[in-house]
Design a protein. Structure first.
Length: 272
C-alpha cells in the first residue's frame, strides 16, 4: 500500500453494542476487538474521515449522513439499559459528505444528504475499538433499496478517489447474518458460505468480482443471508479497491463459538 492510497475494509461488526458489554460476553469478542484496534497501525496515517457503508440504513437512492454532530441511534432491542445511553461523539463531516454525493451523482448513482441521520450500532460498535477517542470524523453511506450487488459495486468504484483524499472506506456488515439461526444451528451454513467467500476474495480481481456478483449461487448463500443487506457493504468496499489484492481473511472469527465470520482488507499488496 502506498503512503497516499488508503486501504478499504469489510468488517463483520459483531452483535449489537458489544464493545460496551465486554464484561458479560466472556471474552467472546476479544479477538474482534484486537483486530479492530490494529486498524490504525495498518492504515498508518490518521484519516481525514471515515466513510462507513452501513448495513443498517437503506434509501430509495443512496443517502449520506451530512450533519456536523450526528446523534446516536439505538437500533437494537433486549440489551442492558446502559447500552441505550451509549455515546460515541465522533464529529461528522459535511465537507466529506458533499464530496461523496458529488462522486456518486457524477457516476450516475443519485444520492441525497441527510443532516439528521445518527450513528447506528453497525457504525459506533465497529468504530469505538478502532478510534476509541472518537476524534476522527465519520460519514455514513446507506445501501440502496433493491439491494442489487452490481449497483453497490458500481457505487464503490465511484468512491475510489476518496482513498487518495485521506478518507478511509469501511463496509460494516456481517459475512453471516441469519438472525433465526444466529447460534450453533447456523454453524454448518456459516462455514460453507464463509469458505466460499474466502476462496472468492483470494481470486484475481476480475474473477473475484464475477463470483461476488453471483453470490446467490454460493453454498448455503440464502441460509447465510436470507436478506443480503449485511453482505452488500462488502460490495462497496471492494468496488472502491477493485483492482487490489485482499487479505484473506483480514480477520476470521467464531461468534458464539460456532458461527464462521470473516472480515477483509483490500489494498495494493494484500500484505498483513
Amino acid at each position: 500500500m502506498s503512503s497516499t492510497t488508503l486501504p478499504t475494509y469489510f468488517l463483520s461488526h459483531g452483535g449489537g453494542p458489544w464493545p460496551w458489554m465486554r464484561a458479560s460476553t466472556g471474552g467472546g469478542y476479544d479477538a474482534l476487538a484486537a483486530a479492530l484496534a490494529d486498524i490504525p497501525r495498518q492504515v498508518v496515517v490518521t484519516p481525514k474521515a471515515v466513510l462507513v457503508v452501513t448495513a443498517h440504513w437503506e434509501g430509495r437512492d443512496f443517502l449520506i449522513s451530512s450533519g456536523a454532530r450526528p446523534p446516536m441511534i439505538y437500533d437494537y432491542s433486549g440489551f442492558p439499559a446502559h447500552t441505550y445511553e451509549i455515546q460515541y461523539p465522533a464529529p461528522g463531516s459535511p465537507e466529506v459528505a458533499a464530496r461523496v454525493k458529488a462522486l456518486l451523482d457524477g457516476a450516475g448513482h443519485p444520492a441525497g444528504l441527510d443532516p439528521q441521520r445518527g450513528y447506528d450500532h453497525g457504525t459506533f460498535s465497529a468504530m469505538q475499538p478502532i478510534y476509541p477517542r472518537a476524534d476522527v470524523p465519520i460519514v455514513q453511506l446507506s445501501l440502496r433499496q433493491g439491494l442489487d450487488p452490481a449497483v453497490h459495486l458500481g457505487a464503490g468504484r465511484a468512491l475510489a478517489p476518496l482513498r487518495e483524499e485521506g478518507v478511509l472506506i469501511i463496509g460494516s456488515g456481517l459475512s453471516y447474518h441469519n438472525l433465526r439461526a444466529f447460534n450453533a444451528t447456523g454453524a454448518a451454513a456459516s462455514h460453507q458460505f464463509d469458505a466460499w467467500l474466502r476462496e472468492t476474495m483470494a481470486l484475481a480481481p476480475a474473477a473475484r468480482t464475477a463470483r461476488l456478483l453471483e453470490w446467490e449461487s454460493a453454498p448455503a448463500a440464502r441460509m447465510a443471508h436470507p436478506r443480503e443487506e449485511h453482505l452488500l457493504p462488502l460490495m462497496v468496499a471492494l468496488g472502491a479497491a477493485e483492482g487490489d489484492a485482499a487479505a484473506v481473511p483480514y480477520h476470521e472469527d467464531r461468534f458464539f463459538g460456532a458461527l464462521a465470520v470473516s472480515s477483509f482488507r483490500m489494498d495494493a499488496t494484500g500484505a498483513e
